[in-house]
Design a protein around this ligand. Structure first.
Ligand code: 0PR
Length: 398
């Protein structure tokens, strides 16, 4: 890894510096950051944004969706984007917003569920595998999270979820592509219990949303997770993960507009007369939404399916390689392009450290390593990674 840059900037210069000087300084200062193109990032659910989306994003940077009275056309494109994402998730009539990411989307979902339920001391049932954005949401919204155990396949234990329902339950959350292992909860069963108990069901498909819809056509086992299940009220789907869009781009989709209204705030003074916000942010990027719109149009379903096919293909290459290394094992057979690796013979935190010394960035969960195969990963990266992993294991075992 390049060495730390010596000087820390802590003052605005009295007189501005030439742009070229600043560019050079930035190059030097940013050296320490990892890059997707190096192939060393194997722990991120984000990737190098698609070049077309970058161009569009840059072109429309001034757009502000916080003021649709000034940017009505951008606001309309945002809604078209939501419809396109809705159609991907079996509900072209979905309502919602392009937001800053999965965290904001999950916050908005629980915000809506809380406001619709109108219950004192509300509770939300989540699997222990749920992303920490739900902890943030519960803290912000004054909701109590009830964390439910997982079954042997690392899915939310549906029976335990059902048992956790009380008169205070305002929502159940299922995860479609968990952060740690890419596992998809049994959303069909969750939909049934949510409907039977008249409880709001939110599906966090921040990661899986751009993968799961393509499994069937790629010959993988399809998994139900979207609005085709009648109990599903809202879905998080993030374009800035497997959607290849520039950060920030998350998506919150509601089954119908009434649910969006549950978080709508009136803004009375804008130039176009009264308008409404249904997001946490006020001023927010129009360029993000426009870039997602453009990329959906440019790649089309086939383009995204090809991205998914490639990532899943490489995931299986990685899996085969890991299974060949003595001392390493899969936590579970991957469903998506996320792989959990464990060991009974060596401490995985030592493997993690050794990988990091060699420049590889993987994630360390409690007792396993997580590897995410994103579009920036190439077969040659996986080959080199497996070679390093093999050497590390051989050294640690001796
Ligand atoms: N829901 C799920 C299932 C997620 O995995 C994540 C983030 C979120 C919601 C929240 O999304 P935002 O981060 O967009 O708010 N999952 C990644 C993770 O925690 C986020 C990430 C991405 C972390 C790239 C690091 C990184 O380099 O691993």
């Amino acid at each position: 890894m390049p060495s730390e840059t010596a000087q820390r900037t802590n003052k605005i210069p009295e007189k501005g510096l030439p742009q070229d000087t600043i560019r050079k300084e930035l190059e030097a200062k940013l050296q320490r950051d990892l890059t997707y193109s190096s192939g060393k990032i194997l722990c991120s659910m984000c990737t190098n944004p698609h070049s077309f989306a970058k161009q569009i994003y840059w072109k429309y940077l001034e757009k502000n969706l916080g003021d649709p009275s000034l940017f009505p056309a951008s606001a309309e494109l945002e809604q078209e984007t939501i419809s396109m994402l809705g159609s991907l998730l079996s509900n072209p009539k979905a309502s919602g917003s392009i937001v800053s990411g999965g965290t904001e989307a999950n916050i908005i979902a629980l915000w809506a569920a809380r406001n619709l339920a109108k219950k004192e001391r509300g509770e939300v049932i989540v699997p222990v595998s749920a992303h920490y954005s739900f902890d943030k949401a519960s803290d912000l919204l004054n909701l109590k999270l009830i964390k439910v155990k997982l079954n042997r396949r690392f899915q939310m234990d549906v029976k335990a979820a059902e048992k956790a329902i009380t008169s205070r339950t305002v929502a159940i959350v299922g995860v479609a592509g968990s952060t740690g292992l890419g596992v998809v909860d049994s959303i069909r069963e969750l939909s049934e219990i949510a409907s039977a108990n008249d409880i709001y069901l939110h599906v966090d498909a921040a990661f899986g949303g751009f993968v799961l819809p393509f499994l069937k056509e790629l010959g993988y086992k399809p998994l139900d997770f979207d609005f085709s299940l009648p109990g599903v009220c809202s879905i998080t789907i993030d374009p800035h993960k497997m959607g290849l869009a520039p950060i920030p781009a998350g998506g919150i989709l509601f089954r119908d507009a009434k649910m969006t209204e549950a978080v709508s705030m009136k803004v009375p003074y804008l130039a176009g007369g009264e308008t409404e916000h249904s997001t946490v942010l006020g001023t927010r990027s129009g360029a993000s939404a426009v870039a997602v719109w453009a990329l959906l149009m440019n790649l089309g379903r086939a383009g995204y399916a090809a991205v998914v096919e490639r990532c899943l293909g490489l995931t299986w290459k990685l899996v085969e390689g890991i299974q060949r290394i003595d001392g390493l094992d899969l936590v579970t057979k991957p469903t998506l392009n996320v792989v959990g690796v464990k060991s009974d013979t060596v401490d995985v935190s030592l493997v993690f450290q050794e990988l990091r010394k060699r420049g590889w960035a993987v994630s360390l969960f409690l007792d396993y390593l997580r590897i995410v195969i994103m579009p920036h990963t190439k077969q040659s990266h996986i080959k080199r990674f497996l070679e390093d992993l093999q050497r590390i294991l051989a050294n640690l075992r001796t």
